[in-house]
Design a protein around this ligand. Structure first.
Ligand code: HEC
Ligand code: HEC
Length: 258
């Protein structure tokens, strides 16, 4: 496993230097095999047809992390650090097969056409919407919600729209509010930052990030799975939501030079 990983990193480093490396696994059987892995590991974020959702739309046939075969291999094998895009621990030939399948999703439709007006959306974001009170965009704004500087690279427009209208649907676990009491009687309340078999990390509302051993706890419970982002459904006009979506979708990571 370990050697496979090192080899993978090395191979990816070499191949990313030479974008002329071509995918050796592109027969219809390879595409079908890649499709099976895609359906079990990728659909939840990229959608059955690659239309995107929690992950970007893959039907455009443009890849910000590099469009060469070697770059796709690297993105799929290693994931994208600092984002929800995970790496997969498969054999190289399987990663190539997934890459072949991903290419087959591209319908060449180009950039999605969406109805809103992005500069009107920017005004709402920093103005009446109050979004910048919690969200940072390229250095401007608050820190009570995730930084949205490149959110358009990560989500598709319908996912963005749903996030604004109904923030608590599908709320990621690190935004759940939990309560913990130690056996010694100390209480903590805050965001459930992370949890594994033995410990839980809570971003406490009064203090800082605390790491608690579950063995020391008398009680640990989820208090709410409701986002503290306000619900905007009914508060902004539908056209204003379109504008916000257009603005956010336009906040894209710059394409990597190849
Ligand atoms: C938990 C959600 C999630 C899963 C599961 C996931 N992805 Fe992603 N993927 C993302 C996100 C988010 C990004 C955007 C990363 C960024 O911000 O640049 C991404 C980016 C990508 C990109 C790069 C797009 C570009 O423009 O360069 C490709 C290709 C990709 N994913 C393919 C896959 C494949 C194939 C799988 C399954 C093996 C997969 N993803 C599984 C969330 C996910
Ligand atoms: C009181 C603070 C607050 C305000 C005001 C607020 N948000 Fe949020 N927002 C959050 C938090 C916290 C999250 C993360 C939890 C979640 O997904 O609901 C979030 C999540 C999001 C997401 C999803 C991000 C992702 O990674 O998918 C989007 C998009 C978003 N907000 C846009 C907006 C827009 C647009 C506005 C203004 C109309 C706004 N927010 C106003 C706190 C806020």
């Amino acid at each position: 496993m370990c050697c496979l990983l090192i080899w993978r990193l090395l191979a990816a480093a070499l191949w990313s230097q030479s974008p002329e490396v071509k995918n050796p696994y592109t027969t219809p059987r390879d595409v079908a095999a890649g499709g099976r892995i895609y359906r079990s590991h990728c659909v939840e974020c990229h959608g059955l047809k690659g239309e995107g959702g929690r992950g970007p739309d893959l039907t455009r046939g443009e890849y910000r992390h590099g469009g060469s075969d070697a770059a796709l291999f690297k993105t799929i094998g290693n994931g994208v650090a600092g984002t929800q895009m995970p790496g997969v621990y498969y054999e190289d030939h399987q990663i190539w097969q997934i890459a072949a399948f991903v290419r087959s999703l591209a319908s060449g439709g180009g950039r999605l056409k969406i109805p809103g007006n992005s500069s009107a959306g920017e005004k709402i974001f920093f103005g009446k919407g109050g979004c910048a009170g919690c969200h940072m965009v390229r250095g401007r704004g608050g820190r009570f919600g995730p930084d949205l500087s490149a959110i358009g690279s990560s989500r598709n427009p319908s996912n963005l729209r749903a996030s604004i209208l109904r923030p608590s649907d599908d709320l990621p676990m690190q935004w759940w509010i939990v309560e913990a009491t130690t056996k010694a009687g100390k209480g903590y309340r805050g965001l459930r930052f992370n949890e594994d078999t033995y410990t839980v990390q809570i971003l406490d509302f009064r203090k800082d990030l605390v790491s608690l051993r579950k063995a020391d706890l008398a009680r640990l419970q989820v208090e709410s799975k409701t986002s503290f982002m306000p619900v905007y459904e009914g508060k902004l006009a539908s056209g204003e939501i379109d504008d916000l979506v257009a603005y956010l979708y336009g906040l894209q990571r710059k394409a990597r030079e190849e």
